[in-house]
Write a protein that binds this ligand. Structure first.
Ligand SMILES: Nc1nc2c(c(=O)[nH]1)N[C@H]1C(S)=C(S)[C@@H](COP(=O)(O)OP(=O)(O)OC[C@H]3O[C@@H](n4cnc5c(=O)[nH]c(N)nc54)[C@H](O)[C@@H]3O)O[C@H]1N2
Ligand SMILES: Nc1nc2c(c(=O)[nH]1)N[C@H]1C(S)=C(S)[C@@H](COP(=O)(O)OP(=O)(O)OC[C@H]3O[C@@H](n4cnc5c(=O)[nH]c(N)nc54)[C@H](O)[C@@H]3O)O[C@H]1N2
Ligand SMILES: [Mo]
Length: 793
């Protein structure tokens, strides 16, 4: 009877028409539904007999994406790292072994051997020469197994610290200056709610802002509640304007007017608008007087009194290719209607990116609607559920890192420069600094070869290190470059706890273990705990806080959090999630409203307490590439350069169906890759000019490298510009050439390592010129997803 029922269940699971075996040896145990969550959203894993058999939607996920389903494929991927491995010549201790990184086979070793190897290397290396390269990477949202927290905690306890990272890739430029301009980085702060936008906004400017794509995922757990609002936006009568070289899916959805801008020229557009508003007297003089500081110093520049170049709409038109009439018309529209300027982040991941937000803030100040419901400026509408009302009950935190006694921090995006030039002087946030000497680098939960600009250069840098340790579940391009690889299990193979979106913070999620760790993999907590043990019992006890068990830690973090007042831990864990309440006030939030209502009592954290149109301390630096008020400085690579070496501008948008590189090794790839390569979006006129048809394999090139991609010919990108999403797994055509062609289409092979400026030293990955041609000859297969050769001793 039971047998028949089980077989019936199995048959039902396999779907109608599937053959049902009656072989008694194939008895299956009942199906379990296990609550879990990730950067792709909350979900249930269906398990049976210790295997995940499906991924199902979760009630808190308002619009499940294909990415959630991809977990099934990720867990059982042939790219999983099965056991600890050491690169052959490293293990043998051969001189010059470092040059062979990424070129030779690995040897399988025991956990004990691998841990001892790493621990001994860390013990013998001064902390000032160890780089904890686990910056705030995108590994997974859990608080207990958080890679950055664990890696930092390990080094801080076992070694009293290690070299860290300053700033980040996402908002490195803005992060270095916005606080001095508007008292807050603004990129992660609570945004004006959707309700306020829907009720009050008349004109909504998507300034390079892809709400729909970018809100699909979250550093925490996305609920995709935003997707419930976009249809309302579309029907609201709000006038959407998209200023972007790409007509994005968001712009299409909201039927936005497309302002086709030449990449990296937004500062000129904003200055042109400001010039028009000033000379026509249509700007808000009262707002400028009451809420800002330093307009008078900026004005001579705007009017051309300092450099004989008035920043007129005509001047801006030449730079941006947007006609003068449109520039004036838009500026007038913005002051006429209740206008919301939604800033993005890609604008400041370009050379002189420090100026992008600053200029938009000054424009918004002249419009004068900052702090009004549905008006002003926001920089996070596209991120982490921006626009969602915030819950009123606090969520659990996670493991803390403790104190790092090594002062040195390498600015994110300067890593290759630092490794290749120990002792070199550089400036950062107005201070003179010196690069440390990096001998050992440790990475858990981020992909340097993936995220860092100029791949050939970072690989060159990694090939000078003494030791490179990578802790990863998959054989990513970074793992393939390691000396010692620790196999981390996936999030589905351990217990953890996470909270809902960056903005809404309205859920707490049990991330329950669905299956036992596969192969010899171990959880991140266990790996760092075992490493801590190599440093003695005291270090181990301190590292684990005498709670080595993950469930004890989860319960502890939950119990000390405000969420515990709503539900006991036992009930929460059994239920799998809790939705946190919002109140009426939550839905009424308007960014900067407090400042507007009383700029003295609620002054900003700037030198004057107001918005700084000029920052005196920036001006004092007298840098050539960064100024004391927002200015237009020509990028080194842009379409306005008549003598440019390469004809096309290449943008690197974030991927639609991945989180960076995550998921490139899954079935989902088949839906969007072209000829198994990353698609490159190209305008039909450019395609014609270069003899390219939709679906062709093409070679994109510049002095930094060459990649193969699949041509995606589309009217939704402007002429002269191409877009290749970041995150395709790097795949060198051979390991003999110094700068081999990447056959999968990893954009960073082409991006520049040039910093935004001497101020933020941030990444400028959206400032690249390239050439394109149809690939000829034998097209090599894309081997990015093949694990390296492993010798099983
Ligand atoms: N050209 C270009 N480059 C860019 C950008 C761009 O716009 N253009 N954007 C930049 C930005 S904004 C960012 S934030 C960075 C992102 O850079 P990363 O954070 O490095 O990006 P991911 O590819 O998400 O890398 C996360 C890694 O963690 C691993 N991982 C996942 N789960 C676990 C786990 O449980 N344990 C461990 N140990 N590892 C795990 C994944 O396999 C993956 O290799 O990229 C930057 N690079
Ligand atoms: N699905 C998905 N969502 C994500 C991520 C992901 O990997 N996948 N990553 C997350 C992370 S870590 C980050 S940092 C954010 C990134 O958020 P953003 O940096 O805002 O996102 P991007 O996709 O890089 O760029 C958004 C838009 O900017 C436009 N753009 C580029 N250059 C210019 C320019 O010079 N002028 C104008 N006007 N527009 C320009 C691009 O065409 C693109 O449509 O996204 C987050 N959201
Ligand atoms: Mo990012």
């Amino acid at each position: 009877m039971l047998n028949t029922r089980r077989n019936f269940l199995k048959g039902a699971m396999l779907g109608a028409g599937a053959a049902v075996s009656l072989d008694a040896t194939e008895l299956l145990s009942p199906v379990q539904k296990v609550a879990h969550a990730s950067n792709f959203g909350p979900f249930y894993a269906l398990t049976q007999d210790g295997k995940i058999i499906d991924i199902l939607p979760h009630p808190m996920d308002k619009r499940p994406t294909a990415m959630t389903k991809m977990w099934l494929d990720r867990v059982y991927s042939p790219t999983r790292i099965k056991y600890p491995c050491v690169r052959k010549s490293y293990l043998e201790g051969k001189t010059g072994h470092e040059k062979l990184r990424g070129k030779e086979e690995f040897v399988r070793v025991s956990w004990d051997e691998a841990l001892k190897l790493v621990a001994n290397k860390i013990k013998e290396t001064p902390k000032e020469n160890i780089y904890n390269a686990t910056y705030i990477g995108w590994s997974h949202p859990g608080g207990i197994h958080s890679c950055p927290s664990l890696c930092g905690r390990f080094f801080n306890i076992a070694k009293r610290g290690a070299i860290g990272t300053a700033g980040e890739y996402s908002n490195g430029a803005a992060g270095a200056v916005n606080v001095d301009i508007i008292g807050d980085v603004e990129k992660y702060s609570l945004q004006t709610t959707h309700e306020q936008i829907l009720q009050n906004t008349k004109t909504y400017v998507l300034w390079g802002t892809d709400l729909f794509k970018c809100n699909k995922i979250d550093t925490k757990v996305p609920s995709r509640e935003n997707d419930l609002y976009y249809p309302k936006y579309a029907k609201s009568g709000i006038n959407f304007i998209s200023i972007d070289p790409i007509y994005t899916e968001t712009a299409q959805m909201l039927n936005a007017r497309w302002i086709k801008i030449r990449p990296n020229t937004d500062i000129a557009l904003m200055l042109g608008m400001m010039h028009h508003l000033y000379t026509s007297g249509k700007y808000d003089k009262e707002f400028i007087a009451k809420y800002t500081d330093g307009f008078d110093t900026f004005l001579p520049y705007l009017l051309g009194k300092t450099d004989k170049i008035p920043k007129t709409p005509k001047w801006a038109s030449k730079i941006t290719t947007i006609d003068e009439k449109t520039i004036k018309e838009l500026a007038e529209l913005f002051v006429k209607d209740r206008t919301f300027l939604a800033g993005n982040w890609a604008l400041q991941r370009a050379q002189h990116g420090e100026m992008a937000d600053w200029c938009l803030i000054v424009l918004a100040s002249m419009i004068g609607q900052i702090g009004l419901a549905g008006g002003g400026v926001g920089f996070s509408m596209h991120f982490g559920g921006g626009g969602q009302a915030r819950a009123i009950v606090g969520t659990p935190a996670g493991i803390s890192q403790g104190r790092n006694r090594v002062e040195d921090r390498i600015p994110a995006s300067r890593i290759s420069d630092a490794i290749l030039n120990p002792g070199k002087k550089y400036t950062y946030k107005g201070k003179e600094r010196v690069y440390p000497t990096v001998k050992v680098a440790y990475v858990a939960g981020c992909s340097i070869v993936g995220h860092h600009p100029d791949t050939n250069n970072i690989i060159k840098a990694l090939r000078t290190l003494d030791t490179f340790v990578v802790q990863e579940p998959w054989w990513t391009p970074t793992a393939k470059m390691a000396d010692i690889v620790f196999p981390a299990c996936t999030t589905l193979e351990r217990n953890d706890i996470a909270m809902g979106g960056v903005h809404g913070k309205n859920g707490v999620y049990a991330m329950k273990k669905a299956i036992e760790p596969l192969y010899e993999s171990k959880s991140d907590l266990e790996i760092f705990s075992l490493l801590a043990k190599e440093f003695g019992q005291k270090v181990y006890d301190k590292f684990t806080d005498e709670k080595p068990n993950e469930m004890d830690k989860i319960k502890y973090e939950y119990d000390i959090s405000p969420t515990a007042q709503l539900m006991s831990f036992e009930e929460f864990w059994q239920r799998g999630y809790i939705e946190l309440p919002r109140d009426e006030k939550s839905y009424k939030f308007v960014r900067h409203a407090k400042f507007r209502s009383d700029p003295v009592a609620n002054k900003l954290a700037t030198i004057s307490g107001k918005i700084q149109i000029t920052v005196p301390k920036f001006a004092e630096l007298k840098y050539k590439d960064f100024t004391g008020y927002p200015t237009w400085i020509e990028p080194d690579e842009w379409l306005g350069d008549k003598n440019r070496k390469y004809p096309l501008h290449l943008l690197s948008p974030h991927p639609n169906y991945r989180v960076h590189s995550q998921g490139d090794n899954t079935y989902l790839r088949a839906f969007y890759k072209i000829n198994d390569r990353e698609p490159v979006m190209i305008n039909p006129n450019d395609a014609k000019k270069y003899g390219i048809s939709h679906g062709d394999v093409v070679e994109i090139y510049n002095d930094r490298g060459r990649v193969l991609a699949g041509a995606y010919v589309s009217e939704n990108i402007i002429e002269g510009v191409m877009a290749l999403q970041e995150g395709a797994w790097y795949c060198p055509e051979n390991t003999i050439d110094e700068n081999p062609r990447c056959v999968s289409g990893h954009i960073n092979v082409l991006t520049s390592n040039r910093p935004t400026s001497s101020m933020a030293q941030a990444t400028s990955v959206n400032t690249n010129l390239v050439g394109i041609k149809k690939a000829t000859g034998v097209i090599p297969p894309n081997m990015a997803y093949n694990p390296p050769k492993i010798i099983e001793a």
